[in-house]
Write a protein that binds this ligand. Structure first.
Ligand code: HEC
Length: 332
């Protein structure tokens, strides 16, 4: 009886949590249709995708996001996307050297007259950061701080799938419209010029029924979202849309607003390996790259685990036979 109560209390709690999730929050993050190669105990990162992802990071994300926990040489170390067995020491890897040398960073050593000069980065330097400090980063991004992406796949629920969903989840153009608003301007007193309307004169409206990610499920979102200035709607972003929702207040669309404008458009990068740069492809590649960055030794950890398992299986078989051999003359 007690056990039954325990089980029903547990089920009740799950139901409450599930309904709370349904009421607000963001859409559940998902990866690309074909899934992730690194998933599962034996899964390994798709290294070609990680290489392309580095290109996307460099060409798109690095202008706002730092990755301070990574050095250029990590790219060429075992388990890294540009590892080459010919160069066991990543500092000798010409590709890695050229990636580093393409970035100019501020030297921490003063020159002869005591000034700090820019110099090409070395393989031992950490990735070039776009801003000297957090205040500069905020000032350049309308007050919002672009988070460091070194361990972002560990820091966000959903990991690589979240990155993929966030990058592909912004509403497409047909769901967005800009309309003029009639600003309320006080009638000018006689002889005075009319005051200029305060604040913006246009509004950005989003029609959630035209957002593909929202059109699956049983919910239909009848209404309009008003996008705050400098903010962008994304159904996968954690947040609350009720305050910006003109529609049934009990059914505000999931997701929230963030200060990062949509980043990926078809052909945004020209892949060196000739892969077609669709939005989905770039989102997948950059998510794979960030997955690698969050745990650069992941591939080796998994291979070591596999080797240990094989060893243990062989050992178990040997032990089984030696056990029978040693005890074969003893009745039991
Ligand atoms: C123009 C600058 C800019 C670029 C380029 C940019 N971002 Fe951002 N990003 C931001 C800002 C600003 C925020 C913080 C948004 C906020 O907190 O409202 C952010 C936030 C994020 C977040 C965190 C969202 C969350 O859950 O809090 C992720 C992940 C992210 N960006 C990934 C990327 C990736 C991947 C790229 C490259 C494809 C990229 N960003 C390019 C400015 C940028």
């Amino acid at each position: 009886m007690n056990f039954l109560r325990f089980v029903s209390a547990g089920l009740g709690a799950i139901a409450v949590v599930a309904s709370a999730n349904a009421a607000g929050g963001a859409l559940h993050a998902h990866g690309p249709e074909e899934g992730w190669a690194f998933e599962g105990p034996l899964g390994q990162l798709d290294m070609e995708s990680v290489q392309r992802g580095y290109q996307v990071y460099r060409e798109v994300c690095a202008s706002c996001h730092s990755m301070r926990m990574l050095s250029y040489r990590n790219l060429g170390e075992p388990g890294g996307p540009f590892y080459d067995p010919e160069y066991p020491n990543a500092n000798d890897n010409p590709l890695v050297k050229s990636f580093a040398a393409m970035d100019e960073i501020l030297d921490t050593e003063p020159n002869d007259v005591g000034d700090y000069d820019y110099r090409p980065a070395r393989t031992s330097d950490t990735f070039k950061a776009p801003y000297p400090n957090a205040n500069a980063a905020r000032a350049a991004n309308g007050g919002a701080l672009p988070p460091d992406l070194s361990v972002i796949t560990k820091a966000r629920h959903g990991g690589a799938s979240y990155i993929y969903s966030l990058m592909t989840g912004y509403p497409s153009e047909e769901a967005i419209s800009t309309v003029e608003i009639e600003a309320e301007v006080e009638a000018p007193a006689e002889g005075e010029e009319a005051a200029a309307p305060a604040g913006p004169t246009t509004e950005t409206l989003i029609d959630p029924s035209r957002i593909e990610a929202l059109s699956h499920g049983d919910h239909h979102y009848e209404g309009t979202l008003v996008q705050p200035v400098g903010q962008y709607y994304n159904p996968y972003m954690a947040g609350d849309t009720t305050a910006q929702w003109r529609g049934d207040p009990r059914h505000a669309p999931p997701g929230g607003f963030l200060a990062m404008p949509p980043q990926l458009t078809d052909g945004r990068v020209s892949y060196l390996d000739g892969t077609e740069a669709t939005v989905e492809q770039m989102a997948k590649d950059v998510a794979n790259f960030l997955q690698w960055a969050g745990e650069p030794k992941q591939s080796q950890r998994k291979s070591t685990g596999l080797a240990a398992l094989i060893y243990l299986v062989i050992l178990a078989v040997l032990l089984w036979f030696s056990f029978h051999r040693i005890w074969r003359k003893v009745d039991h």
